[in-house]
Design a protein around this ligand. Structure first.
Ligand code: NDP
Length: 480
C-alpha cells in the first residue's frame, strides 16, 4: 500500500518521488510505503495552508464547530479501522488501540467542539472606555507528533487548531503514518475545505525541520523527545514562532506506607507497562516506602507477571511489541546497562519471541522490573521509553519528594495512599505538570497538560490549547 501526502485536498506523491518503507513492528513486515518529503513538499503544503486561511478563519466559530463534530462522527464510523490500523502500525494490542487510541482520537474532536462553544469574549470596562479582548487565529500552524499515540496526539492538536481558525501543516512520525492518512481520507470523504489540513509525511530531520524553518508557519506544536525539542526550540525560537513543547519524562510512582497494596500494585503495573511503557506519562520509577517494600514488591511482580505479552491481534493481550527493532535494541541495551550499574532483574529482562509464525521477527520485550539501582543511575534517570521499571526504597515522604524531583524531567507522577489529603499535600511538592493520587492516566480534557523542566514548555488541554492556537488582541474603545 502506498500512502501519499495530503496537500490542498489532493493525495500526492512527494516531488522527489522518493518513498520510505513503513513496517509493522510486531511482524517486521513492510506494510506501506510513504513519501520521503522534502522542503519543496513542505513549501507546497504551507502555500496551500496560507491560501486556505482567509476562508477558513472567515467561517463563524459555530461553522467550524460543526466541522469538528462532522469529523468526529466520520471517525467514529471508521473507529474499528482506526484501531486495527493503529495496532498494525505500532504493534500495540488491538484492545488498547480501541480503548485508548481510537476512542480518544474521536473524543478530541468532540471535546474541542464543545469546549470552544463556551469561549466568551473578555470585556474590561473603564470609566471612559471599554476594552474588548478578541481572539484571532495564529495563522498557518505546524504540528509535529510522535509514534506512541499517533492519531490520539495528532487529533489533540488538529482539533483545537481548526476550531480557532488556523490552517495546518502536519507531520506524523515516519514510523506511524497510517492513521494520519486515515484522517486525510476522512476529511476528503467529507469534502472538507481544501488546503485547511495538509499532511506531509517524511523524516524528522528533513520534513520536520522544513516545517520548523518555513517562514509562513507561525506556530509549532511539537510532541516528542527532549533532544528533538531542543532542535525545535533552537530553530523556531529565533524566528519568534509561537511554541508548545510536550517532551519526555521519567515519572515516579510513589507508594506510601499507608497505601492499599493490592490497588497500588495493580495501578503501578498499569502505569509502568501500558503501551509497552511507551507513554510519556508512564511511571518508570516506582518509589516505595521502606516499611512496606517487602510486602509490596511480590504483589507488584504478580501484577506484572499477569500481563499477557504477545500477539497484538489477540483480544486478551496486554503488552504488544515496541515500536521498532532499533527501539527494542535500545531498550535491551538499557537492561544490560542496569546490570552493569548493579541492578538485579526481578522480572523479565529479555526479548520475547511469541509462539506465532508471523511474529518471529517482532520486537517484543518482556515487562522488566529492576531492583537495587541507585536513584541517580543512568537507568533511573534517563528516559528508556519501553517496558522497563526500576524500584527504589525511601525512608520518609521528604526523601520520596527529593528522589522524585532528582531528574531533569517533570512531566507526571502518581501517589498511592489511603490518606488522600496526605497524597495531595505531597503532590504539591513535586516538580511536575501532572500528578495523580490513587489513579493514573485519568484525564479530564479541560485540565492543563504539560511538563516542567526538560519535559516541556507550555500547556495543552481545554482553554490552554485554545489559547495556544489563538492570538489575543485588545481593542480599547473610548466611550462617546
Ligand atoms: P522524536 O522526538 O524522535 O520525534 C517526534 C517527532 O519529531 C516525529 O514526528 C519526528 O519525526 C520529528 N522530528 C525528529 N527530528 C526532527 C527535527 N529535526 N525537526 C522537526 N521534527 C523532527 O520522539 P519519538 O517519536 O521517538 O517519541 C517519543 C518521545 O516523545 C518520548 O521522549 C516521549 O516522552 C515523548 N512524548 C511526549 C509526550 C508529552 O505529551 N509530553 C507525549 C508522547 C510522547 P520522525 O519520527 O520521522 O523522526
Amino acid at each position: 500500500m502506498d500512502i501519499y501526502n495530503y496537500i490542498d485536498g489532493e493525495f500526492t506523491l512527494p516531488i522527489s518521488g522518493n518513498m520510505l518503507d513503513n513496517l509493522n513492528p510486531a511482524t517486521g513486515q513492510i506494510i506501506a510505503r510513504i513519501p520521503d518529503s522534502n522542503n519543496d513538499d513542505v513549501a507546497t503544503a504551507a502555500e496551500a495552508a496560507k491560501l486556505a486561511l482567509p476562508s477558513w478563519r472567515g467561517l463563524t466559530k459555530g461553522e467550524r464547530i460543526n466541522w469538528l463534530n462532522k469529523i468526529a462522527q466520520a471517525l467514529e464510523e471508521r473507529s474499528e479501522d482506526i484501531a486495527k490500523t493503529e495496532s498494525m502500525d505500532t504493534g500495540k494490542p488491538i484492545a488498547l488501540a480501541r480503548r485508548v487510541d481510537a476512542a480518544r482520537s474521536i473524543s478530541n474532536f468532540r471535546f474541542f467542539a464543545k469546549h470552544a462553544e463556551q469561549l466568551t469574549e473578555n470585556k474590561f470596562t473603564m470609566a471612559d472606555a471599554t476594552n474588548y479582548v478578541i481572539r484571532k487565529p495564529v495563522g498557518v500552524v505546524g504540528l509535529i507528533t510522535p509514534w506512541n499515540l499517533p492519531l490520539y496526539l495528532l487529533s489533540w492538536k488538529v482539533a483545537p487548531a481548526l476550531v480557532m481558525g488556523n490552517t495546518i501543516v502536519a507531520k506524523p512520525s515516519e514510523m506511524t503514518p497510517m492513521t494520519a492518512n486515515l484522517l486525510a481520507k476522512t476529511l476528503d470523504d467529507l469534502d472538507f475545505p481544501k488546503g485547511v489540513v495538509n499532511i506531509v509525511h517524511g523524516l524528522g530531520p528533513s520534513t520536520g525541520q522544513a516545517i520548523l524553518e518555513h517562514p509562513e508557519i507561525s506556530a509549532i506544536s511539537f510532541t516528542g523527545g527532549t533532544e528533538t525539542g531542543k532542535i525545535v526550540a533552537k530553530t523556531a525560537g529565533p524566528m519568534f514562532k509561537k511554541l508548545s513543547l510536550e517532551l519526555g519524562g521519567k515519572n515516579a510512582t510513589i507508594i506510601l506506607d499507608d497505601a492499599d497494596l493490592e490497588t497500588a500494585a495493580t495501578g503501578a503495573a498499569k502505569a509502568a507497562f501500558t503501551n509497552s511503557g511507551q507513554v510519556c506519562l508512564c511511571g518508570s520509577r516506582v518509589l516505595i516506602d521502606a516499611k512496606i517494600y517487602d510486602a509490596f514488591v511480590p504483589k507488584f511482580i504478580d501484577a506484572v507477571a499477569a500481563m499477557k505479552v504477545g500477539n497484538p491481534d489477540d483480544e486478551s493481550t496486554d503488552i504488544g511489541s515496541v515500536i521498532s527493532q532499533q527501539h527494542m535494541e535500545k531498550v535491551l541495551s538499557y537492561i544490560e546497562l542496569a546490570k552493569q550499574e548493579g541492578g538485579t532483574i526481578a522480572h523479565g529482562g529479555q526479548r520475547i519471541i511469541p509462539n506465532h509464525a508471523s511474529l518471529q521477527n517482532g520486537s517484543f520485550i518482556s515487562p522488566t522490573v529492576i531492583e537495587n539501582l541507585s536513584i541517580s543511575s543512568r537507568c533511573a534517570t534517563e528516559e528508556i521509553f519501553g517496558p522497563v521499571v526500576t524500584l527504589h526504597k525511601f525512608d520518609s515522604d521528604l526523601a520520596a519528594i527529593e528522589m522524585t524531583n532528582s531528574t531533569q524531567y517533570g512531566l507526571a507522577g502518581s501517589i498511592w495512599t489511603s490518606d488522600t489529603a496526605r497524597g495531595k499535600q505531597l503532590a504539591k511538592q513535586i516538580d511536575s505538570g501532572i500528578l495523580w493520587v490513587n489513579t493514573w492516566l485519568h484525564r479530564d480534557l479541560r485540565t492543563p497538560f504539560g511538563g516542567v523542566k526538560n519535559s516541556g514548555v507550555g500547556r495543552e488541554g481545554g482553554d490552554w490549547s485554545l489559547n495556544f492556537f489563538s492570538e489575543l488582541s485588545n481593542i480599547c474603545v473610548k466611550d462617546d
